[in-house]
Ligand binder design. Structure first.
Ligand code: NAP
Ligand code: G4F
Length: 326
């Protein structure tokens, strides 16, 4: 049989759900690693449950990865599983290192022993650049991580490079800048804002409480980015790429655009925003801006969704969820 098999860790998350849809459309047989829960619930992949094969396992448990790979025998592996919230990494640095860092060591060792010719994509991150002063950041910009999350992903990044060079394995890092969607977790700042705006329209609250609104990010759309992950594994050689839009906006810009998309006047926005020190981090990454020229040249990939379209998709989806109109 010629059917291609893909194994996705983190299939129940934002990117995993979009990637599963994308691969199913391409005719892949899709396997996904999921954690045991007291009350199993996979809201982002509910609509895919009869099309994908879910396998119980955990990135902190090598034996479950071993069993999952033996069952899936994949041609392509997308490692998207992570403790992905930077804020939590300050509260649970050890767990973050275990899942995001050692988890990759466990995965690569098992791939090396079970399916060494499988191609591996590692969801790396712009958080590697952390406190950098280089603008924009590209594949050769020195790393300066500024959180336990960034440090855990730095270990993973170098494991991927070293397994590639030492064992001749096909594994590569997508150094991915922030990407959001209507499926983004509610604690991340973009979704917190669009969900909060929808609640304000629905008169369920008056204010959104935030931390550092001056931070700047390069925000793209998750659905565009999963295509880049796939493209990286369709090449003959494994190469690391920055995945980004090349445009930068502040959290304040995001707030202004979200309220605008919901029909608010600019002068009314400030009333609905409060600053709460609970949402400040011990250290923050103030500016991130990716240089996507290498992936544009190498793979012909370019982010399709513009900033204002992204905000609109998220605001419209949250208004719909709340059952209200603009
Ligand atoms: P997400 O929505 O938080 O999804 C993370 C996934 O990892 C979830 O499916 C989660 O499962 C799973 N997971 C967490 N701990 C696990 C463990 N111990 N064992 C197995 N699975 C575990 O994150 P995302 O936004 O889709 O991001 C996907 C990947 O890209 C992550 O590695 C993230 O660090 C990286 N990344 C994301 C961005 C971005 O802006 N989105 C940017 C750069 C890099 P549960 O559903 O059970 O929690
Ligand atoms: O939305 P955030 O929590 O995302 P952050 O920290 O940039 O991390 C995301 O992107 C990384 C790629 O660069 C990924 F690797 C990572 O997995 C994740 O997907 O925060 C964005 C900015 C920060 O500067 C934060 O301090 O928004 C600022 N912010 C201000 N008020 C807030 C808030 N962040 C959150 N989550 N909540 C607030 O109330």
């Amino acid at each position: 049989m010629n059917e291609k098999r893909a194994f996705i860790t983190g299939i129940s998350g934002q990117d995993g759900s979009f990637l599963a849809e994308f691969l199913l459309e391409k005719g892949y047989k899709v396997f996904g690693l999921v954690r045991r829960m007291s009350n199993p619930s996979f809201p982002l992949i509910d609509h895919l449950l009869d099309k994908v094969t879910l396998i119980d396992g955990d990135m902190t448990d090598s034996h479950s990865i071993y069993k999952a790979l033996n069952e899936a025998m994949p041609h392509e592996i997308y490692n998207l599983a992570a403790q992905s919230f930077v804020g939590t990494s300050w509260k649970q640095p050890e767990l973050t290192a275990n899942v995001n860092g050692l988890g990759v060591a466990r995965l690569l060792e098992n791939v090396r022993n079970i399916c060494p010719s499988a191609k591996v994509f590692q969801a790396s991150t712009s958080e590697l650049y952390g406190n950098t002063t280089v603008m924009p950041q590209h594949e050769c910009t020195p790393f300066q991580p500024r959180s336990p999350y960034g440090i855990s992903k730095l270990y993973a990044y170098w494991m991927v490079v070293n397994y590639r060079e030492s064992y001749n394995m096909f594994c590569c890092n997508g150094i991915t800048f922030n990407h959001e969607s209507e499926r983004r977790g509610i604690e991340f700042v973009t979704r917190k804002i669009t969900h909060g705006v929808a609640e304000i329209v629905a008169r369920k609250r008056n204010k959104i409480l935030l931390g550092n609104t001056q931070a700047k990010r390069d925000w793209g759309y998750s659905k565009d980015y999963v295509e880049a992950f796939w493209l990286m594994l369709q090449q003959d050689e494994p190469v690391d790429y920055v995945v980004a839009t090349g445009e930068q906006h502040s959290v304040q810009d995001f707030i202004d655009e979200a309220f605008k998309q919901a029909g608010f006047d600019k002068e009314d926005v400030a009333y609905h925003i409060g600053i709460d020190e609970r949402y400040y981090r011990p250290a923050d990454v103030n500016y991130l801006l990716g240089d996507p020229s290498k992936i544009e040249r190498g793979l012909g990939w370019k982010a399709k969704t513009k900033f204002s379209e992204l905000v609109k998709i998220m605001v419209d989806s949250d208004l719909k969820l709340m059952g209200v109109n603009k």
